[in-house]
Design a protein around this ligand. Structure first.
Ligand SMILES: Cc1ncc(COP(=O)(O)O)c(C=O)c1O
Length: 404
């Protein structure tokens, strides 16, 4: 990437993670240009042949999904998921994770990087946190239906499920809007059990993990089947298309013969031929065994991780690395966090911010906000990783000198 002054950067922000193949992938560009040259346009009269082909590819990739519906953005997909959950359960309340992000709309825009003060000054286990909206304009009646619990705390979900009529629990299977906070063994399976016991839908928001962690989403790594899941970002390497996928009984509410149960699916630009062409070309590349995108990403990510560990040791910096494939985050902490309160308690936010700023000055772009996830792409090379490590070495020396 280059900025207006012509400075060059190795980009690990990747536009908030969609660019799994790298910016301006030539095969995607070619697919889009061919679609436009062939006169493809948006008809707005129901599904197109290309959309059907893309749906088949998608379902080949994500084995737990029985049906899929496309939207433009991840936020639209998560809003639709919650609407479907409310329609089929007839219940209104929704649980989300402290430290999770599921989109910009009123149903979920709360409790992301909340401060200690906003959360009442203490870690809450076994119950919900105070609701901390991340936007003005959510009416009290809607806020009363939203509940945030700590990730990896099954007892909190159970308490909330006992108190309210829950339609759904929505969670990123790995919290990747506060770095990379992984589920403990059996946490996601535990959520599955609670969803079945209390009759709410389990929604995995795979907008970040989908097609980045693996072709089948993190659900296929964890081997836990959600009722619904949402995808975006890496699905089309940065073009605006998203997906809601899941079990047929829930997806089919869109075509229910009972108008009282039927769920509206609207969107002028749903399945516009440009993002459909981009997503199709992207999945074809991600599925290509000869390209081995995921194997390459893993080996680049391992190279960066090993190099960083060595540097932190050499510079005597207290740091841990959390990583799922190409998604990675350094926490300047003694141990890897398992929830947002761990991040608040253990992570050195100031050092992280200074580290990111200093890396930017050395041509390495990690988003300059503490504990934001970094993303390696298939366009990165081993040489890029080594240049990055050299910049990190220099940064740590400079920060060390300053600290001294
Ligand atoms: C996990 C997750 N869900 C949903 C969204 C919303 O997606 P979009 O920005 O495409 O609306 C995001 C965006 O960052 C996300 O990270």
């Amino acid at each position: 990437m280059w900025d207006l002054d012509g400075n060059e950067y190795l980009d690990y922000h990747a536009g908030f993670a969609p660019y799994i193949l790298g910016h301006s992938d030539p095969d995607l560009a070619e697919a889009i240009i061919s679609a436009l040259r062939a006169g493809k346009s948006n008809c707005g009269s129901g599904p197109t042949e290309d959309e059907g082909r893309l749906a088949n590819l998608f379902l080949q990739c994500v084995p737990f999904a029985e049906k899929v519906q496309f939207f433009n953005t991840g936020s639209e997909a998560t809003a639709q998921a919650i609407r479907v959950a409310r329609a089929c359960t007839g219940k209104p309340h929704v649980v989300m994770m402290q430290g999770g992000y599921n989109g910009n709309h009123n149903m979920v825009a709360a409790n992301l990087m909340s401060t200690r003060e906003q959360l009442g000054g203490r870690r809450i286990q076994g119950d919900e946190y105070p609701l901390v909206p991340i936007t003005a304009g959510i009416p009290d009646v809607e806020q009363a239906l939203m509940h945030a619990v700590e990730f990896n705390d099954l007892s909190a979900v159970e308490t909330v499920a006992g108190k309210y009529d829950l339609a759904a629990l929505i969670t990123e299977p790995v919290l990747q809007n506060v770095g990379v906070v992984k589920p403990q063994a059996d946490y996601l399976a535990g959520l599955r059990t609670l969803a079945d016991r209390y009759g709410f839908l389990l929604i995995f928001d795979e907008v970040k993990t989908g097609f980045r962690a693996s072709l089948g989403g993190y659900q296929s790594i964890a081997n836990v089947a959600p009722d619904l899941s949402t995808f975006g970002k890496a699905f089309a390497n940065g073009f605006p298309i998203a997906a809601l996928a899941g079990k047929q009984q829930f997806m089919d509410l869109a075509i229910s013969s009972d108008p009282a149960r039927r769920v509206l699916v609207g969107g002028t630009y749903n399945c516009h031929p440009v993002p459909v062409a981009a997503a199709t070309a992207c999945l074809n590349k991600l599925m290509d065994p000869e390209l081995d995108v995921y194997g390459t990403l893993e080996s680049l990510a391992q190279r960066l991780e090993d190099g960083q560990r060595k540097l932190f040791d050499e510079h005597n910096v207290k740091a841990v690395i959390s990583r799922v494939g190409s998604a990675h985050c350094v926490y300047f902490a003694e141990r890897v966090p398992e929830c947002w309160w761990d991040v608040l308690e253990f992570h050195n936010f100031k050092f992280d911010f200074d580290y990111r700023r200093a890396l930017l000055e050395r041509g390495v772009y990690y988003f300059p906000v503490s504990c934001k996830q970094g993303s390696i792409s298939f366009a990165h090379t081993e040489e890029d990783i080594d240049i990055t490590l050299a910049a990190m070495d220099d940064t740590l020396s400079a920060l060390g000198r300053r600290e001294a």
